[in-house]
Ligand binder design. Structure first.
Ligand code: NAG
Ligand code: NAG
Ligand code: NAG
Ligand code: NAG
Ligand code: NAG
Ligand code: NAG
Ligand code: NAG
Length: 230
């Protein structure tokens, strides 16, 4: 009898695993699998009192099929160690981020743009001293931004999208944003009509994401909504 009860409970809990995740934050914000706002969600985000989504101290502007965009306003005093918040069990900063940093022992610049060329963009927030710029391909190093650069202030960040096609070069800059890449751990668990993409960060495979094939729609996850013929 006990065994049967236990079994039923287990089955019940398992079957309701995915519906118990809270996908709403206030009346306005709704996210799809694998995101949510309770601890049992696959990728939990914070829903704070003002009904905005957040990761750490930063507002989540957008969650897409590949990325999480954080609002990252200029701040003349933000400690560089705030960069730790960009790395979590299911996300890490993408290499497209260019961090504008300050209070450096010596100037740093290995971004593909000159920080001086857009300094005026932040004229409302002029701080003392020069601005340096740092970009990192090996995003696991973003954790050690302070020791790697000898700078102490993380001022803001710029996303650079360089599209080098055969007949044109398009450079798109997006200000005050940090882009994170996200993944689910483990082997692929995609729906029938989906493609599985392995996600690697700094040369190490972290997990996977799913995407519905052309002609079908949905989140693409077996444990999520799957794919439907459009
Ligand atoms: C909620 O997030 C917003 C945006 O990040 C922030 O301005 C506000 O202070 C946060 N509120 C709480 C209670 O954390
Ligand atoms: C920028 O410099 C750091 C350390 O000097 C290095 O680890 C990083 O790979 C460099 N980034 C690029 C895009 O070259
Ligand atoms: C970083 O990546 C960019 C673009 O993929 C490449 O041009 C650059 O050489 C890389 N730098 C390092 C240090 O790996
Ligand atoms: C940081 O500063 C220390 C001490 O001043 C120095 O030894 C080290 O080379 C510096 N590192 C970088 C990346 O500039
Ligand atoms: C960042 O954290 C490291 C390690 O905890 C610490 O040594 C360093 O002083 C911190 N940097 C700043 C600017 O507070
Ligand atoms: C780059 O530009 C080409 C041609 O304009 C376009 O088809 C492609 O989608 C662009 N890629 C990205 C990543 O924006
Ligand atoms: C990135 O950095 C980590 C930690 O320093 C290192 O173990 C790893 O090999 C690096 N990845 C690449 C592709 O260089």
């Amino acid at each position: 009898m006990i065994v049967v009860t236990f079994f039923t409970l287990f089955f019940f809990a398992h079957a309701h695993n995915y519906t118990s995740c809270k996908r709403h934050c206030g009346d306005q914000i709704h996210v799809h699998y694998p995101f949510g706002f309770s601890d049992d969600c696959e990728i939990p985000l914070h829903c704070n009192q003002s009904k905005t989504m957040a990761i750490g101290d930063f507002q989540v502007k957008q969650v897409t099929t590949d990325n999480i965009l954080l609002h990252f306003p200029p701040d003349c005093r933000r400690n560089i160690n705030h960069s730790h918040q960009f790395i979590g069990p299911n996300y890490a900063p993408s290499p497209r981020n260019n961090f504008l940093i300050r209070n450096c022992a010596q100037p740093v610049n290995n971004c593909s743009i000159q920080p001086k060329s857009f300094q005026d963009r932040f004229s409302v927030k002029r701080c003392d001293g020069d601005v340096s710029c740092y970009s990192e391909n090996n995003t696991s190093h973003v954790n050690e931004l302070g020791t790697r650069t000898n700078c102490s202030v993380l001022f803001t960040s710029i996303l650079i999208n360089l599209n080098n096609s055969v007949d044109s070069v398009v450079l798109a800059l997006e200000f005050e944003l940090v882009e994170l890449e996200w993944w689910l751990k483990g082997p692929c668990r995609c729906a029938k009509d989906a493609i599985c993409v392995n996600v690697s960060v700094a040369g190490e495979i972290k997990g996977f994401r799913c995407r519905c094939k052309v002609g079908s729609e949905g989140d693409g996850y077996r444990e999520g909504g799957g794919c439907r013929r459009g």
